[in-house]
Design a protein around this ligand. Structure first.
Ligand SMILES: Nc1ncnc2c1ncn2[C@@H]1O[C@H](COP(=O)(O)OP(=O)(O)OP(=O)(O)O)[C@@H](O)[C@H]1O
Ligand SMILES: [Mg+2]
Length: 258
């Protein structure tokens, strides 16, 4: 059985890709077979943090040149990756049919992963909504900034009212301390639950860290078997809590039949 988890946010630049890549590495290090899908189509950049330049991307699949297993890059024994292509391809404006074709294709994989993490584009536009509603679980990344709160609220509102998603895991990124992060979550939860009948679970926090900021420049994610720093510990703690986020029952097409 595969558990698919969409990593999303209201506002851009809050750390979705950082969280998705490092959580995927953390799961893989715990011997969980993991597939990371960069579904930030047309703006895909997870491969940069992974320090790779994949030969194939979803573009090759969508244009019919390659079956889905051909566009999968092996990162290490337990981690596989599908790139979302870059800005100069046509993936920004996919039709509903093409997006559905991508989603349905994963069920044909001979070897299905235990976890599939999906780095979804920011905001509530239709591409993000399709990938979110096809995932089993949703994680919204927010920071302590008021704009991040407002945009995350808007995303959750649209997901709930228009697409029947009501369970969301929350990760507070760039936290000044674990206590502050929890306070931020409590504040966000009380605002959200005042107006929307949704269930928010606190998954945890990632500290604001120069090491993480530098990781994109050095093209090396912080989580690795060699690191035992606070950043790696934070990602390991989060990855062990992913399954506590409740599953959404949206009635949409899913990545895997299970
Ligand atoms: N915990 C953190 N501490 C410090 N810097 C961070 C942290 N998390 C992310 N960053 C930095 O913030 C920037 C944005 O991160 P990232 O690209 O992961 O965000 P994103 O939400 O995926 O952005 P986009 O919406 O453009 O896809 C990057 O420079 C990244 O290194
Ligand atoms: Mg990103």
């Amino acid at each position: 059985m595969t558990t698919t988890i969409a990593i999303t946010s209201g506002k851009g630049g809050v750390g979705k890709t950082t969280v998705a890549v490092n959580l995927a590495l953390s799961l893989a290090l715990q011997n969980k077979e993991t597939l990371l899908l960069d579904a930030d189509l047309g703006m895909a950049n997870a491969h940069i943090l992974l320090g790779i330049n994949p030969k194939y991307s979803l573009e090759d699949f969508v244009t019919g040149n390659s079956p889905i297993d051909k566009v999968i890059t092996t990162i290490n024994g337990n981690l596989k990756f599908v790139s979302g292509g870059n800005a100069i391809n046509n993936l920004l404006n996919l039709s509903d049919l093409e997006r559905h074709k991508i989603i349905k294709s994963f069920n044909d994989l001979k070897k299905k992963p235990e976890f599939m993490l999906i780095d979804v584009g920011a905001g509530a536009e239709s591409s993000s909504m399709t990938f979110m509603s096809s995932a089993d679980k949703i994680i919204v990344v927010i920071t302590g900034e008021p704009t991040s709160f407002i945009d995350a609220y808007t995303l959750i509102k649209t997901s709930f009212l228009d697409h029947k998603m009501n369970n969301f895991g929350i990760i507070i990124n760039m936290a000044s301390s674990p206590i502050q992060a929890k306070l931020n979550f409590d504040k966000f939860q009380s605002i959200t639950q005042k107006f929307l009948d949704v269930n928010l679970k606190y998954v945890g926090q990632i500290p604001n860290s120069q090491k993480i900021r530098n990781s994109i420049i050095s093209r090396t994610a912080v989580v690795s078997s060699k690191n035992n720093n606070i950043e790696t510990k934070a990602f390991n703690e989060l990855s062990s809590k992913l399954l506590m986020v409740e599953t959404n029952k949206t009635g949409s097409i899913k990545f895997f039949d299970n």
